[in-house]
Ligand binder design. Structure first.
Ligand code: 5AD
Ligand code: SF4
Length: 447
């Protein structure tokens, strides 16, 4: 059997994919392989893919097609993992004849055995189970970041929004035992990590599939708050319907839990929301936002929005526009609808013309840019707690994020600041990044 020495991996898509890459990297390093960042130096290439929108898929297909031809000449092994593996399965072997294996999101643990199979049989190998089995050794994950870590708490999604492939590419919800999560977070804290982001397609469903654990999402957060050295806990992402009062009170009361909630509205019209199967009306969503802002007055909100969903009228789009204007999110991811194979919405005519979708998207982006500009202006002069995570390679400045996820940079010569919480006074900004100066530091000399 040929000996594999160096691997290259490229990740597309969401944080869950980034974590899955870290888990695959861990398994490969354990096997004795070295990670390289130049694809031409690798004898194993892995593309961890995303299929949430058509554009994401086209980008991946283009890149793999281009790279595989040259890598194949050198006899490298090439694999496609992640959501496209699940969405396209064996048809990927027809579209990309040079690839050697297709490994689904629920089979990351099988990476090494699939590699062995490919190398002994020399045949294209497919492993795409529809359901996730809780048998992953999360502790194997190999992270590049030394300050912040992603931690998976629940996989899959049971919500079945009509536009979304996730319930098909990642299967049903499976929560991870609370003890495992607590142990992983304790280990991370002992290694010097200061922040964890708890990941799941819908973290608020945590524990509902395992009633006997008696540990719902907010219970888990209370347990993690006790971990010594873990300064910050975040979570990604939540479904508005499942955000409970207990969770809101947790955000108010727990020192570690950051005051930032990704709270995707998707659309501002109740009729469109119903067609999207979001299971809340505009009024119910706004009530939740009001309740959250009342319980946690300094909360920042993030959102995802889709424009041009089938049958969306100009008036209905205007409702989305008004919601974006009124709620004033601090982060907004804005998308044009793209029909995905296998989803219920695929059966409906994609009847909003592309140029109208793009025009609506543009209007939302312009609105959000004005909101961002106003928010930056409001931050001038503020003293913010920043978790410093690195020194920028280009500008040489220290970089970090506030509890509310704003990027901050400041000048300081001492790398000892990396991995610590510092107070920074904001004096200006550069695009989306706030620029400031260190005003107080228990461990660093002031300059
Ligand atoms: N078209 C456009 N955007 C989509 N999203 C999910 N599916 C689609 C689709 N078919 C967006 C949603 C989701 C985010 C991750 O991607 O806004 O919250
Ligand atoms: Fe997709 Fe809806 Fe599940 Fe989010 S909640 S992953 S949008 S099906």
């Amino acid at each position: 059997m040929k000996d594999l020495k160096k691997f290259f991996v490229k990740t597309y898509g969401c944080q869950m994919n980034e974590l899955d890459t870290e888990l695959m990297v861990g398994q490969l390093v354990k096997r004795g392989l070295e990670r390289v960042y130049d694809e031409n130096a690798a004898d194993l290439l892995i593309f961890n893919t995303c299929s949430i929108r058509d554009l994401a898929e086209r980008k991946v297909m283009g890149k793999i097609g281009q790279l595989t031809r040259s890598s194949k000449k050198r006899n490298s092994i090439i694999g496609v993992t992640g959501c496209m593996a699940m969405a396209k399965k064996e048809s990927l072997f027809r579209k990309l004849p040079h690839i050697d294996f297709v490994l689904g999101t629920n089979n990351i643990t099988d990476l090494n055995s699939v590699l062995d199979e490919v190398m002994t049989t020399n045949k294209q190998t497919l492993r795409t189970d529809s359901q996730f089995e809780e048998n992953l050794d999360y502790l194997v994950a190999k992270r590049d970041d030394k300050v912040k870590a992603y931690v998976s708490i629940i996989r899959g999604c049971d919500k079945f929004c009509t536009y979304c492939v996730v319930p098909y590419t990642r299967g049903q919800e499976v929560s991870r035992p609370p003890e495992d999560i607590v142990n992983e977070c304790k280990k991370l804290a002992s290694e010097g990590y200061k922040e964890v982001t708890l990941l799941g397609q819908n973290v608020n469903s945590y524990g509902k599939d395992q009633k006997e654990w008696n540990c719902l999402f907010h219970d888990l957060l209370y347990r993690l708050d006790k971990i010594e050295g873990l300064e910050r806990v975040r979570f990604m992402t939540s479904h508005p319907i499942d955000i409970t009062r207990e969770l809101m009170e947790g955000i108010r009361d727990l020192d570690s839990l950051c005051e930032f909630v990704h709270f995707p509205i998707q659309a501002g019209s109740s009729r469109v929301l119903k067609k999207m199967h979001r299971i809340y009306t505009k009024e119910q969503y706004l009530e939740k936002v009001a309740m959250l802002k009342e319980i946690v007055p300094n909360v920042s909100l993030g959102t995802d929005i889709i424009v041009g969903f089938p049958t969306e009228t100009e008036e209905e789009f205007q409702e989305t526009y008004d919601a974006l204007k009124d709620i004033r999110y601090s982060v907004a991811f804005l998308f044009a609808y793209s029909a995905r194979k296998g989803t219920p919405a695929m059966r409906w005519k994609d009847d909003v013309p592309e140029e109208i979708k793009q025009e609506r998207l543009q209007r939302l982006m312009e609105l959000q840019d004005t909101i961002y500009a106003e928010q930056r202006q409001e931050l001038l002069g503020a003293e913010m707690e920043v978790l410093v995570d690195k020194r920028g390679s280009r500008d040489g400045k220290l970089k970090g994020r506030t509890r509310c996820w704003k990027n901050v940079v400041f000048e300081h010569p001492d790398d000892a600041a990396i991995g610590t919480l510092q107070t920074v006074k904001i004096h200006s900004y550069n695009h989306q990044t706030m620029v400031g100066e260190l005003i107080k530091s228990p461990e660093l000399a002031l300059i």
